[in-house]
Design a protein around this ligand. Structure first.
Ligand SMILES: [Zn+2]
Length: 494
């Protein structure tokens, strides 16, 4: 299996997986196929945009009829799907029923027998919130089975996924990812997150992703196991998830649940259909009471959101999209904020220049890698002469031009949260950014922090420090060695 990264933004990427003669573009979702209950025939899945499917080898293993057919003709024939198929091992059943009637090596052998394209060892999914000792013990079992699994896969020359566990203990998630990465899996699956998805616990979900990703090789694809709601794609992709899977499209449809990128709605409580997919077009809410039709809408909505995410990566607007989507649920918003604040490795993968502008979309933007990068780049400047800080907007252009030409004055533009040498005013993200006219205190504080940093580094080189602009008071009150200057007085300085 090969994985090539084509485009990047934040920690998100558009990638290409080459597998068994098939090609899959990521980020994507693998619709879950229950071979016993086919809500939508697998051979129709490509119409929705599915390039790869996932099915449960344990269900096939346990059913005599399916077992026989799968071993005889392979899983592709069983599902009638001309594309790659990943197989899960029964870990989900293990997490729900507490026991399964198969060993890890046995189920891996079976996945090989039925010609699955990606195999998964029987890991131990640990639910959120359990004690550290329990999570640690479960993790040891998963690691042992993973080591055995790698050996089995090498003997069979098959592709295998490495499950990451550790519950809500981030040190264990990191340990899990670190130990797994030493085994060189083809891809890594962040597991044990279904209960988090079900309870809208997006903060622990993103914590698990950020902790795991920080210890995984950057160039390996990462699968968020059991997550497949369109509302989380933008945020999860922004933190480096490439693959999703979900049975939600079918399971939710049975309970009249209509998936949107803003959340899940009950069709029975809806009056309008906001979507124009082939399932919704020309129909009304009463038609969507039909669970097959609703499952079709759910799949269309799921793949549509993934295309929106991919286009955002291509345009360099993934973090803006993630901010927008995070507004649909307060817990998703705090998850995004936590991830940006704590996932410092995202800075390494965020492009330095973009064609698009940096959009300040709210408080969480303050934690974006571009902002910390601006703050840290102060060390590299070569500032000389007196310093004049000016609040970028509302300054007479003629005066601004004169100031910028003066050799004795170093002009620093303030466009909260950014503070930067005027020479960079046409570059990303400094001048090439859009910030709202109304300034919140967080933006001021970030700018003040940066000015303090400038003072620390270069303060003794400047004879005088001035600030000019309509909101100078916000700064002089907190930075007592900076003198305010009226716009009309700027000429005297030149
Ligand atoms: Zn629809």
């Amino acid at each position: 299996m090969d994985f090539e990264i084509k485009r990047k933004d934040g920690a998100g990427r558009i990638g290409r997986i080459d597998l068994g003669g098939w090609r899959v573009e990521t980020p994507t979702i693998m619709p879950v196929i229950n071979p016993g209950i086919l809500t939508i025939p697998p051979n129709e899945m490509k119409e929705f945009g599915a390039e790869i499917l996932i099915t449960n080898s344990y269900i096939i293993y346990r059913n005599e009829n399916l077992h026989e057919k799968a071993v005889e003709n392979g899983v592709h024939s069983l599902l009638d799907f001309n594309g790659p198929i990943m197989t899960d091992s029964g870990a989900y059943q293990l997490s729900v029923y507490g026991d399964v009637e198969v060993g890890s090596k046995e189920i891996l052998g079976f996945q090989n027998d039925i010609e699955s394209d990606i195999h998964v060892p029987l890991d131990l999914p640990t639910p959120p919130g359990v004690s550290w000792d329990r999570a640690k013990n479960d993790l040891e079992v998963t690691l042992k089975r993973a080591r055995e699994g790698v050996e089995v896969a090498r003997n069979n020359n098959s592709v295998i996924a490495g499950p990451i566990q550790g519950s809500t203990h981030l040190d264990l998630r990191k340990k899990s990812a670190f130990e797994m990465s030493k085994l060189y899996f083809d891809l890594y699956c962040i597991g044990g997150v279904v209960p988090m998805m079900e309870s809208y616990d997006f903060e622990n979900l993103i914590k698990a992703v950020v902790a795991s990703k920080s210890c995984l090789p950057f160039n390996a694809p990462v699968h968020l196991f059991g997550a497949g709601h369109p509302m989380v794609f933008a945020v999860a992709v922004a933190f480096g998830c490439d693959l999703f899977d979900s049975a939600a499209y079918a399971l939710f449809a049975k309970r009249n649940r209509y998936l949107t990128n803003r959340g899940t709605w009950n069709v029975k409580e809806m009056e309008y259909l906001p979507c124009s997919c082939p399932a919704c077009h020309g129909r009304d809410v009463n038609d969507l009471m039909d669970s097959e039709l609703l499952a079709r809408h759910n799949l269309y909505a799921t793949f549509e959101e993934l295309r929106v995410v991919k286009e955002a990566i291509r345009r360099g607007e993934l973090l803006e999209l993630a901010s927008e989507r995070a507004r649909s649920h307060p817990r998703l918003h705090s998850a995004l904020k936590w991830g940006l604040e704590n996932g410092d490795w995202i800075e390494e993968t965020t492009p330095f220049s973009k064609k698009s502008a940096f959009f300040y979309t709210g408080e969480e933007s303050l934690y974006r890698p571009e902002i910390s990068r601006v703050h840290n780049s102060i060390k590299r400047y070569n500032l000389k002469g007196n310093i004049l800080l000016f609040l970028a907007h509302d300054i007479d252009e003629e005066i601004a031009g004169k100031i910028k030409c003066s050799k004795d004055i170093q002009v620093m533009e303030i466009k909260p949260p950014f503070v930067y040498p005027a020479e960079l005013s046409r570059t990303y993200p400094y001048g090439q950014s859009l910030v709202p006219k109304h300034i919140d205190s967080g933006r001021h504080e970030k700018a003040i922090e940066t000015i303090k940093e400038i003072n620390k580094k270069y303060g003794d080189r400047f004879d005088e420090k001035y600030i000019v602009g309509p909101e100078y008071k916000d700064y002089t009150e907190k930075l007592n060695d900076i003198k305010p200057l009226m716009t009309s007085q700027v000429n005297q300085l030149l």
